[in-house]
Design a protein around this ligand. Structure first.
Ligand code: CAO
Length: 420
């Protein structure tokens, strides 16, 4: 293996589904030795969920577990517990995202882990933080989006489509995993100073809330002002005492909206996002063929535009009528207008720039031949993460046991006891 910054960090990856695996996968890309501990015979539930090929690990698993080794281990059996204890003594980090209390019930409380290895960093994902009145709840993605404020502030505020809305982005799962990765690396650097490990925890609710801090900002402003002028409800509708859902509004200082382009009637993604950047009003007027708006008092300032901003978007949409989303962006980019086409998963999958940058990669796999996955979104000048395939269930069991000092007969005995 070539030299990577996290080489030498040994991680017990006791994670499953998405939140935990996304975290450990990223650390594995950057060089950590990530040993995924999975229940013999079954493994991570995502191996068999949403399969596209019978009896082959599902993409749900392969896309979240690349660059790892797999150790199958029944940690409820005494033999399995003994192996895990040895592993804990020799590792730097244990990452888990079991339901509340599961690790304690298994016999691996934080106190016990510290006894085994005082340098150990224990990293956990839970739905809610320790001591929270919902701390006992099991949580999946959409539950976290609701508990963290994202759902109440996403979607439409009136009409048939109104109601809280879930985002497709994994704000609860992968986002929490990314927060945890930062926590782990911080604790690791802390350990270099103190020689001691520590417990790092990220609650999915908190990770979602952290991404929704601009909505908390809006709640505080609303309580002071009684209105939010960048929301589509302003100034013609009334505000209640909670931040409303803003549809496709920009949400920041720049009004924006999703606008139809040529072909929207048949192509569900023939749209662009258009931003009316306050100080760049003149180029917008030039781009859309409305130079007279530059000096019209009804259009000249953000304040003057806001009461009829939806009409302005309507005019821009009329201009877009005979342009595809790509043609429109090609024109608007010349005027320095912040915009982008609405890209489908299919378009992203086939985007040559994403392939060239390594953001989408083809990865070899023992049973699939190869699979496409999302590569590292973090780019370094001196590190090019090399994405390798996800492991088969228990693929590295014997190898890891041998590294722990077990001989061939002992390994055979573990297999006979169905402990691995
Ligand atoms: N050997 C033996 N037993 C094992 C094992 C192994 N290798 N790995 C796991 N287990 C056991 C656990 O000890 C636990 O047993 P008990 O419940 O008897 O103590 C059991 O498997 C299942 O644990 P779980 O509660 O984590 O699993 P679940 O499917 O019921 O719940 C989930 C899944 C995600 C809701 C829950 O794990 C959770 O809330 N996790 C925290 C929040 C989180 O990360 N959610 C995001 C998941 S990604 O969408």
């Amino acid at each position: 293996m070539s030299n990577k910054p996290l080489n030498g960090i040994k991680i017990i990856d006791f994670t499953h589904v998405q939140a935990g695996p996304a975290c450990t996968q990223m650390l594995a890309w950057f060089g950590a030795d990530v040993i995924k501990v999975e229940r013999p015979g079954a493994g991570d539930v995502t191996r068999s969920q949403l399969r596209d090929i019978p009896d082959v690990d599902a993409l749900y698993f392969t896309m979240l577990n690349s660059n790892k080794r797999s150790l199958s281990l029944d940690t409820k059996k005494p033999e399995g517990k003994a192996i895990l204890e040895k592993l804990i003594k020799e590792s730097d980090v244990l990452v888990e995202n079991f339901g509340p209390g599961a690790l304690d019930r298994m016999g691996f409380s934080w106190e016990r882990i510290q006894e085994l290895n005082p340098k150990m960093i224990l990293a956990s994902v839970k739905g809610f933080s320790d001591g929270h009145h919902y701390e006992d709840l099991k949580v999946y993605e959409n539950v976290a989006q609701c508990a963290g404020g994202a759902a109440s502030t996403t979607g439409w505020w009136k009409g048939e489509q109104s109601g809280p809305m879930i985002s497709a982005a994994a704000l609860g799962d992968s986002n929490t995993g990314m927060h945890l990765a930062i926590g782990i690396l911080t604790a690791y650097i802390g350990r270099q100073q103190t020689g001691k490990g520590q417990k790092v925890a990220v609650a999915m609710q908190d990770a979602v809330l952290n991404l929704c801090r601009v909505k908390m900002r809006d709640q505080l402003r609303l309580e002071k002002l009684g209105y939010l002028e960048e929301y589509p409800q302003y100034p013609h509708e009334t505000f209640s005492d909670v931040v409303p859902r803003g549809g496709n509004a920009g949400g920041g200082g720049q009004p924006g909206w999703i606008l139809k382009c040529k072909g929207w009637e048949t192509d569900s993604n023939a749209y662009i996002y258009f931003t009316v950047q306050g100080h760049a009003w003149a180029p917008i007027c030039d781009a859309i063929g409305k130079p007279e708006w530059k000096t019209d008092p009804l259009y000249m300032t953000p304040k003057a535009r806001q009461p009829h901003i939806m009409d302005i978007f309507g005019t821009i949409e009329a201009w877009l009528k005979d342009k595809t989303k790509f043609e429109a962006v090609d024109i608007l980019r010349k005027f320095d207008i912040p915009c982008a086409p609405v890209l489908s998963m299919k378009e992203l999958l086939n985007d040559p720039s994403l392939r060239a940058s390594g953001s989408i990669v083809d990865v070899p796999h023992k049973e699939r031949g190869s699979y496409v996955t999302v590569g590292s979104p973090i780019k370094f000048s001196d590190l090019k993460p090399e994405i390798t395939g996800s492991p088969l269930l228990g693929e590295h069991t014997d190898e890891v046991l041998a590294e722990l000092g077990y001989n061939k007969d002992e390994i055979a005995a573990m297999h006979a006891a169905n402990a691995v």
